[in-house]
Ligand binder design. Structure first.
Ligand SMILES: Nc1ncnc2c1ncn2[C@@H]1O[C@H](COP(=O)(O)OP(=O)(O)OP(=O)(O)O)[C@@H](O)[C@H]1O
Ligand SMILES: [Zn+2]
Length: 725
């Protein structure tokens, strides 16, 4: 009899066996529907020898119901799913779920009804109808999307449909994408760029696994180089995946891509509409030919999609920590990208001006091939960097910008150039307290202060989203008008700039203000068009942007990132400041960077000021080696949480009390997490520090497997953690 073993999306059940009815054809990777009790479930056919479970006799097997109309997941992808689940101690089901990321796509070809203006006029015109008609010129979408677009209710549009003003159009959900052309507008590369690009192109053509570290200073034209590799993949009819750390960066990339290849790439991120999602998913599974997906640019979740024929992966700004996912499957997309390239036997390019120490070490040990671009493109020079010692050159009372920085901005304003102030803190002030009784506003769900957002008039928690309007009186002592804002956020810095230079046009750039692709595009257009004099932003503005008139960068508080004692604090500070400094002087005019600090002698600040990257990395490497930290040793965290503090603590103690004695693995904790309360859950942590050779995952699995916890307790495992809160 024909049997099939399924990976199903219920971690509690494990794999299940079914009978394949006569006439049905399944292969490993087929996505199928099967009965489970009275319900129907989706599963993926898997090689049974790779998915052990207790054998069920033939006679007891129920038949599969259907094979879904999508190509079977390829063996390379199945191996990636297994590897990811194994390495990150996650269930196969939770990883496989990231592959089947569009329910609609699994149902096969479909059409939807969209609407557009027919050219007719309504019997009775109302202001709303007129507004809708004006707004919808040239648009075609579903009623709901059109309503959002025109800013009217769906009812208004239904009225227009009944009047024949809007006409229905049946649209193929999987309509083909216009093809990108490898030779649309090829750039003239500098000799150094050409050498790098040729190396990439050879690797793409050779169809072999090869990891590259593209290490080039800011503005060296790394993007131009890897786009040549993309062109090579296009010519071969193979697909490319470009991973970017943030949607905000995607907008600028899309335009550059379109300039180079004639059409935009296909975008994948979590806020796609379900129709866009299913169309992209099916095109990705169909391959690069005939209107399928040629180039996909996306956030980390794009990594697990079922590419039919991947020829190249690029991870841009590869040092960014947002490639690390900290919920669900806690994976690092940078590292999984390298594994995927390995399974697919294709090259992978990690591009960065400030590579992670781990990546540099991989290059050092010969595992990655490092390619270097030492100079900026087109003769632009790297900016001059200087520190401002805040203990000597103090800003005025209640101010945050030192006189030298203010003078620099004044010069730029006079010359019509742009300045950028960087402070990695959203909102107006990180803490609000009562002048009368000392009460501090804290989040009820998290161990965190509420951050004042003056633009949107609210106090907000940046961890759980809790928010409340600022009250007129102190909730503790009842005193009126007694609340004081402590410390600066970007909004407060922007106020200071407006106060100093009332004529300056100031833009605040954070995830609060740039929260959609449209807003990101607007910002880029304004900054490029010279409609902004001063940009005040968080880490969102540190990388990727290219504004030729930007000649001054001020780092408002370089010490901020060094607080908290995170393992990678120094590295992260170095990367952030070097990246934001890299925004200055990218055009023909030289750039200047002023770093405000209270610790100008701290090694990382000195290295930044001296522009001595090698010295910084060398010192940091030694410190890591000494501490047995990555890349020389390994970390893993176990995080225990529950809504009940005592229950969480007991569970953590149970784990702590059964700790194994393993050579080469030190186990620290349990201890209350620095963020002891997060989204209403109490948290405790254990930390493992192991030698590279130790099998930490096996140690953790064997340790936790026999333990049983109450229902409300969650135990998460974080391999190679980036967050220690
Ligand atoms: N060969 C080239 N021909 C024309 N323009 C180029 C070339 N190389 C780079 N440029 C331009 O120089 C600028 C900087 O290049 P790019 O943004 O690729 O640098 P990058 O190394 O990715 O920078 P960063 O790491 O700072 O984001 C861009 O405007 C780019 O279009
Ligand atoms: Zn909160």
């Amino acid at each position: 009899m024909n049997r099939a073993r399924l990976l199903i999306f219920n971690a509690a059940l494990g794999p299940l066996d079914y009978r394949v009815p006569d006439g049905m054809h399944v292969a490993p990777g087929s996505v199928v529907v099967a009965p489970l009790g009275p319900r129907q479930i989706v599963g993926i056919v898997w090689e049974s020898e790779r998915l052990p479970t207790s054998e069920v006799p033939d006679a007891k097997l129920r038949p599969l119901l259907a094979v879904l109309p999508v190509p079977p997941l390829k063996a390379e992808l199945r191996r990636l799913i297994e590897w990811t689940a194994d390495y990150y101690c996650a269930s196969l089901a939770s990883v496989a779920r990231m592959v089947l990321a569009s329910g609609g796509a699994l149902r096969g070809p479909a059409t939807i009804t969209e609407y557009r203006l027919s050219g007719g006029a309504p019997e009775r015109m109302t202001p709303q109808r007129q507004a809708a008609i004006d707004a919808l010129e040239g648009e075609q979408a579903t009623i709901r999307e059109l309503a959002g677009f025109a800013g009217v209710s769906e009812g208004v549009l239904r009225g227009l449909v009944n009047q024949g003003v809007l006409e229905a159009v049946q649209v193929d959900c999987d309509r083909p994408y216009p093809p990108a052309r490898a030779d649309f507008a090829a750039p003239q590369l500098s000799p150094a760029q050409a050498e790098v690009a040729d190396t990439f192109v050879d690797a793409v053509r050779a169809r072999r696994f090869e990891p590259f570290l593209l290490d080039g200073v800011t503005g060296s034209g790394k993007t131009e180089c890897y786009l040549e590799a993309v062109a090579a993949a296009l010519e071969m009819g193979r697909q490319t995946l470009v991973l970017l750390p943030e949607i905000a960066l995607t907008e600028a990339f899309l335009r550059r891509f379109e300039d180079r290849f004639g059409v935009p790439p296909i975008v994948w991120h979590s806020s796609l509409k379900s129709t866009e999602r299913r169309r992209a998913w099916r095109a990705i599974a169909a391959g690069a030919a005939d209107g399928g997906a040629q180039v996909i640019v996306g956030a980390r979740s794009a990594l697990f999609l079922p590419y039919a024929d991947l020829g190249l992966i690029v991870v841009d700004e590869a040092h960014e920590i947002s490639f690390k996912q900290d919920e669900g499957v806690r994976y690092n997309a940078r590292d999984v990208a390298v594994m995927r390239a390995r399974f697919e036997a294709i090259p992978v390019i990690l591009a960065s001006a400030t590579p992670a120490l781990e990546s540099l070490q991989m290059a050092e040990s010969g595992i990655y091939r490092r390619l270097v671009l030492e100079d900026r493109y087109g003769g632009a020079r790297l900016p001059a960097i200087d520190t401002v010692d805040l203990t000597e050159e103090a800003p005025g009372r209640g101010r945050w910008l030192a006189p030298r920085l203010v003078a620099g901005m004044e010069e730029r304003l006079a010359r019509g150039e742009q300045s950028l102030l960087f402070l990695n803190r959203r909102g107006y002030a990180p803490l609000t307290l009562c002048r009368n009784c000392g009460f501090r506003f804290q989040c009820p769900n998290c161990t965190a202060w509420l951050v004042e957002h003056r633009l949107s008039r609210r106090l907000a928690c940046h961890h759980c989203g809790h928010e409340t309007p600022p009250p007129p009186a102190c909730p503790e002592c009842g005193e009126l008008d007694c609340l004081v804002a402590c410390g600066p956020g970007v909004e407060r810095i922007a106020d200071e700039v407006r106060d100093l230079f009332p004529q300056a046009r100031v833009a605040v750039v954070t995830s609060d203000t740039i929260n959609s692709p449209e807003k990101a595009a607007d910002f880029v257009a304004q900054a490029e068009g010279g409609a902004i004099d001063v940009i005040v932003g968080t880490q969102l503005v540190t990388k990727g942007f290219h504004f030729p008139e930007l000649t001054l960068v001020g780092v408002v508080d370089a010490d901020l990132g060094l607080e908290g004692g995170d393992l990678r604090a120094a590295e992260r500070t170095y990367q952030q400041v070097a990246q934001v400094a890299g925004r200055a002087g990218r055009g023909s005019k030289p750039g200047e960077v002023l770093i405000q600090t209270r610790h100008p002698a701290a090694p990382v600040i000195e290295a930044l000021a001296a522009g001595d990257r090698d010295a910084f990395y060398a010192a940091e490497t030694e410190a890591r080696r000494h501490a047995g930290a990555p890349p020389f040793g390994r970390w893993a965290a176990i995080i225990v949480s529950s809504e009940d503090d005592a229950e969480a603590r007991e569970a953590a103690n149970l784990i702590g009390g059964t700790r194994p004695q393993v050579p080469d693995v030190a186990i620290l904790g349990p201890a209350p997490a620095p963020l002891n309360l997060l989204r209403g859950r109490y948290r405790y942590r254990l930390l493992l520090n192991a030698r590279r050779s130790a099998q930490v995952q096996d140690v953790i699995r064997d340790w936790l497997a026999p333990l049983r916890f109450p229902q409300g307790v969650r135990v998460s495992i974080d391999i190679d953690p980036y967050s220690f809160v």
